[in-house]
Unconditional design. Structure first.
Length: 424
């Protein structure tokens, strides 16, 4: 947005800030929220505090630095209000779990460590955050964030003290952070209609079980090497010799990779499905839905623990839907998803939900390239969470303007250079 567009939106922004930042106790802090959001939305390559302050007529670098890095205002009630407001605005078809990385030099920025950095596509020094987004085919918005604390930070008292990590915060796997976020959103009265995620989460049997135990339907990507039994496979109990422990029920045949189960049906079993209108035409491919029983030691342990009487468990693994994509021209199926949704969902609906994660890429492009999500130069726990909350607020405000009945969505300031990718 240029200065004229920002000034034209000042009245609407003031009302937005008054509502979303109502929990911030001091009037001057709420005024700085308004100023910071304008700085994030103004045109400019760099959205760190110094260049933003220079671009703003009322920008004061020292005041903004103190507001973001040292001030004690709580970002959680602000994020709660954004989430409650945006779920109503977006009307999501699903929530999407994802994570995003921020390359960083040095080792003193909060939770930075050598780890896989998606932004660079390799191992690198970076921060990683887990996010939850409300998504529909027409809009989306982040609802929650969790900063991933690597194991090396768990007992590093020096760095923890210098960056202000709370004592109760330790290392938790990303899939656990995702479930923590879902639980906190539930405390705010928000529950996902369906949960979607990439294979980094969908591959994890514990994560899928966590969703199942919470009564949450899901469509999650998995790799081709996930193993499963056909839905009609039945476990049997081997004869007992009378010595030692009685044998447990087992499936007679070894489970197969989902790639083998899908390919065995042949291309003729796949149906062409169109799931949305893309920037270059209709998005279509060929899909097949199968009923399978995910296998593996972890799946077996979880199924037994969930049984009413684990001691007399019958060995039957839970049945889910395997969704498979086999694009025209490909020699074999390319993508796989598992879903626990009831069979009342059509193949076209399963495909649409599996593919709806493209909105996440739209969010990240706008959050990073337009609103400076990864431009924060502070090092503290509070500073990072303040900045991320303010960026989320700016994104929410722009999303509301696009969704407004009179919004010029084709030329929206935040979508001019955000053509959705066709790869999702």
């Amino acid at each position: 947005m240029d200065a004229h567009e920002v000034n034209r939106a000042r009245a609407k922004l003031a009302l937005f800030v008054a509502d979303v930042f109502a929990s911030v106790p001091r009037k001057d802090q709420r005024a700085k929220s308004d100023c910071y959001l304008r700085g994030l939305m103004l045109d400019g390559r760099r959205k760190s505090i110094q260049p933003m302050a220079e671009r703003l007529p009322d920008g004061n670098e020292q005041n903004l630095q103190q507001f973001v890095n040292q001030s004690t205002w709580d970002p959680v009630p602000v994020r709660r209000r954004i989430a409650q407001r945006m779920v109503t605005q977006v009307g999501p078809d699903a929530w999407a779990i994802d994570d995003v990385s921020f390359p960083k030099d040095g080792r003193m920025s909060v939770a930075v460590a050598p780890q896989y950095c998606g932004a660079l596509g390799k191992q690198a020094n970076c921060q990683v955050a887990v996010s939850v987004h409300a998504v529909s085919d027409t809009a989306s918005c982040p609802l929650q964030w969790r900063l991933f604390v690597p194991e090396e930070w768990a007992a590093d008292s020096v760095r923890r003290r210098k960056t202000g990590i709370p004592e109760e915060i330790g290392h938790r796997e990303k899939w656990r952070l995702a479930l923590d976020s879902i639980d906190e959103l539930a405390e705010w009265g928000l529950v996902p209609p369906v949960l979607v995620a990439d294979a980094g989460y969908g591959q994890n049997a514990d994560f899928r079980d966590g969703l199942e135990r919470r009564g949450i339907g899901y469509v999650v990507a998995v790799r081709s090497d996930v193993t499963a039994h056909p839905h009609d496979a039945v476990p049997a109990v081997p004869p007992w010799s009378g010595n030692g422990r009685k044998p447990q029920p087992r499936y007679r045949d070894k489970p197969s990779p989902v790639a083998s189960l899908a390919a065995g049906h042949g291309r003729q079993a796949f149906t062409e499905v169109t799931w949305r209108e893309g920037s270059r035409g209709r998005m279509r491919s060929h899909f097949l839905a199968l009923q399978v029983r995910p296998a593996g030691i972890k799946s077996r342990r979880l199924a037994r623990a969930a049984a009413a009487d684990p001691g007399s468990w019958d060995g039957v693994l839970p049945e889910v839907t395997l969704l498979v994509e086999w694009p025209a021209g490909a020699e074999a199926p390319t993508d796989y998803w598992l879903s626990n949704l009831p069979d009342t969902h059509s193949l076209a609906e399963l495909v649409r939900l599996a593919k709806i994660r493209w909105r996440i890429e739209h969010d990240y492009r706008e959050l990073k390239h337009g609103l400076g999500l990864d431009h924060f130069e502070g090092r503290s726990w509070n500073g990072w969470h303040h900045h991320v909350t303010l960026v989320t607020a700016a994104h929410a405000f722009l999303t509301e303007q696009r969704l407004a009945p009179k919004a010029d969505t084709a030329d929206s300031p935040s979508t001019r250079s955000s053509t959705p990718s066709r790869t999702c």
